[in-house]
Write a protein that binds this ligand. Structure first.
Ligand code: ME8
Length: 648
């Protein structure tokens, strides 16, 4: 299938920070995923170089706009090359073919009667390059988006008849459930179209750094509005208005954007496409902001982090894994070096790295590196685990298509965690002593298969690391070769594993200087929380169902309870939550309950809480309880229900 997947084209008013890198990394991972499954993907990125904002930034540096754009655009391009971003075209809106394509589109819309001449009077935000309507402004003059003061402008302008497209836009949103992802973002767009859709001023006369109108119109004073110019890059890059040579990629489209530019992409852009009689985007996928201590990262505030500094310190792919895994797609997240280190240590070093080294060293030690077992035998011995791995793998395509890459990685990691848990549970070294060589080989072949399949699916996010790890598992070839095997649920029967150096080292000390940002990077300790709110705000804050669904609350049955020595209120519980082994949970309920009375008691357990140690005892979840003036009571189901049943 042919597709186009795009990142935004970035303004060249300043150098990129990790927010820009985040968008590009998501886009690259999605592109690599679709290429992995065999699609022919055109990956477009680039720079947005016209407009008043760039003109002013260049003037401030005593450079011409073009000189300044050349410099900053090259910086972006070099950065994407450094991060091995696999783009097909790095477009610049100062490219000649782009300019011709934009003029062609303008003329087509004009001739169709969708563009007319008038006068614009109203407020403009140079920083957002946007006209701010009186509806959005209210009594204020500050931009509702960025908070900067807007300028009142009154000038001759051409307008695009946007309002006439409102009914078709609303119909498009209604008929295409996945046109905006995550789906929850659609409502604000619909609200805007229903309440505030005015015709759009698309030319400016008060400055000159922009694409001139087509000469046929004889309007040398006018330049194009930068957003019309910029959005059209998605088709001019494919030859629109020139040779149209690559327009066949314009069939299945993903635009990856930040939430700040949703309206431009979900309202203006489809309306322009309707006017040009071209297919509308299949998906506009919207991510949240990276913040520092709850404030959006932005150069003007001085709280930005240079992605190259992070890449140099921690490795480009490790950083990329962190960015994509740490924050649910669509939500904001606070960056801290501590969170980055924790994520590397827990997921990459402890889980994946450990699994690789345990598996290869056992295969070496026990069988000289070569292991073999028949699939039928593996299935006889480990059917449950095999089924679980298959079902996780089968869930990945939908998560990728929804751009829920944090969930994609979370699921993928369940394969690695399950494999580690099998080693702990079956203790192959003991099985060997009992003469069960065949069973041990079957176990190791199963785990090698799990690693092979998991690493293939990790390839889109960590291409080089996945390939290095695949070589350890015995395969120095393209991951695409294994895709059919995964789809057909086939299992390889023999592996030759290599001895491996640790792929992901544990990080014990911060590797970046604290001065990498104006704020201390190691703080706050608990990170990636949504933008800070006070208690009163939290009380009224509404969450969507996806946010709630992130909490895995299950029914558990207490199998063992004892007091923790030296603690007045902590009890150590073993709770069956429907997994192979009961969870150890430390609960602060010792003043309200005697340990022995809890045996067999059913409770509600938050299962995906990060494990933590309390009084030196590891706790792997939280028991839900409520407290009033009479004391604390456990929350329990009103009738007995199977342990592990999901609450929600
Ligand atoms: O808006 N967190 O360009 P831009 C996460 N030229 N992502 C962030 C971010 C943050 N703190 N800050 C920026 C433009 N981004 C236009 C786009 S497209 C036809 C024209 C990301 O340089 C985010 O994806 O301001 C945002 O949408 C993009 O950078 C905007 O970059």
């Amino acid at each position: 299938m042919k597709r186009i997947i795009t990142s935004p084209i970035y303004y060249v008013n300043d150098r990129p920070h990790i927010g820009h890198a985040y968008t590009t990394m998501i886009t690259d991972s999605l592109v690599r995923y679709f290429r992995l499954i065999g699609d022919d993907v055109f990956f477009l990125t680039g720079t947005d170089e016209h407009g008043q904002k760039i003109e002013r930034s260049a003037q401030a540096k005593n450079k011409t706009s073009k000189e300044y754009a050349d410099e900053v655009s090259a910086y972006f391009k070099n950065l994407w090359d450094y991060f091995q971003i696999s783009y097909n075209r790095f477009i610049r809106t100062t490219d000649d073919d782009h300019k011709r394509g934009v003029q062609h589109a303008f003329l087509k819309m004009y001739r169709k009667g969708d563009i007319y001449k008038g006068e614009y009077e109203g407020n403009y935000c140079v920083s957002c390059e946007t006209f701010v309507t009186s509806f959005a402004l209210g009594d204020d003059t500050h931009c509702p988006e960025c908070g900067r003061d807007t300028t009142l402008i009154k000038e001759e302008s051409y307008f695009f008849a946007l309002s006439k497209y409102a009914p078709r836009l609303l119909e498009w949103y209604a008929n295409n459930p996945d046109c905006i992802l995550p789906r929850t973002k659609k409502n604000e767009v619909i609200h805007f179209v229903q309440n505030d859709l005015q015709d759009l001023s698309i030319t400016r006369t008060s400055f000159s750094w922009g694409i001139p109108l087509p000469s046929e119109l004889g309007e040398p004073k006018h330049v194009m509005y930068v957003w019309l110019d910029a959005l059209l890059n998605y088709i001019t890059a494919l030859g629109y208005g020139n040779d149209s040579s690559k327009m066949d990629y314009w069939q299945h489209q993903y635009h990856i954007i930040g939430k700040d530019i949703l309206r431009f992409h979900a309202v203006y852009w489809p309306a322009f496409l309707m006017s040009l009689e071209l297919p509308l985007p299949s998906h506009i996928a919207v991510h949240g902001w990276w913040t520092r201590n709850g404030v959006k990262m932005s150069k003007s505030i001085g709280n930005v982090i240079d992605p190259k500094v992070v890449g140099d310190a921690y490795g480009t792919e490790t950083f990329r894994y962190f960015m994509l895994r740490e924050v649910p797609f669509g939500q904001d997240g606070d960056f801290s070096q501590r969170a980055l280190m924790d994520r590397i240590n827990s997921d990459l070093s402890n889980t994946l790295g450990n699994l690789l080294s345990r598996t290869t060293s056992m295969a070496q030690k026990f069988f000289g590196g070569s292991i073999r077992a028949e699939s039928a035998q593996i299935r006889t011995l480990f059917a449950t685990e095999m089924d679980e791995i298959e079902s996780i793998l089968a869930s990945l395509p939908e998560l990728a298509q929804q751009v829920a890459l944090h969930r994609y990685l979370e699921e993928l990691w369940r394969i690695f965690m399950l494999s580690n848990a099998m080693i702990t549970q079956y203790e192959p070294w003991k099985m060997l002593k009992e003469g069960k060589d065949e069973q041990v080989q079957a176990l190791l072949v199963l785990i090698a298969n799990a690693l092979l399949k998991g690493l293939v699916m990790l390839y889109p996010v960590m291409p080089q690391s996945a390939q290095k790890a695949l070589a350890i598992v015995g395969f120095e070839c393209s991951p695409t070769l294994f895709l059919r095997m995964i789809e057909r649920k086939e299992w390889l029967e023999s592996f030759t594993l290599k001895v491996c150096e640790p792929l992901f080292l544990r990080i014990t000390e911060a590797l970046m200087p604290e001065s990498s940002s104006s704020a201390a990077l190691l703080e706050p300790k608990h990170t990636t929380k949504p933008i800070a709110q006070n208690k009163e705000q939290q009380k009224h804050q509404q969450i969507d169902v996806e946010t709630f669904a992130q909490s895995q609350i299950r029914v558990g049955t207490i199998q063992h309870a004892e007091k923790i020595e030296k603690s007045e209120k902590l009890l150590r519980l073993l709770v069956d939550v429907g997994e192979e082994k009961p969870r150890q949970i430390v609960a602060g309920i010792g003043k309200s309950y005697v340990a022995e009375s809890l045996l067999g008691q059913q409770v509600c357990v938050l299962c995906n809480l990060k494990p933590t140690k309390l009084m030196g005892v590891m706790s792997e979840g939280m028991i839900l309880a409520a407290k009033d003036s009479h004391g604390l009571k456990l929350i329990a189901p009103v009738a007995h229900i199977t342990a592990g049943s999901t609450i929600g």
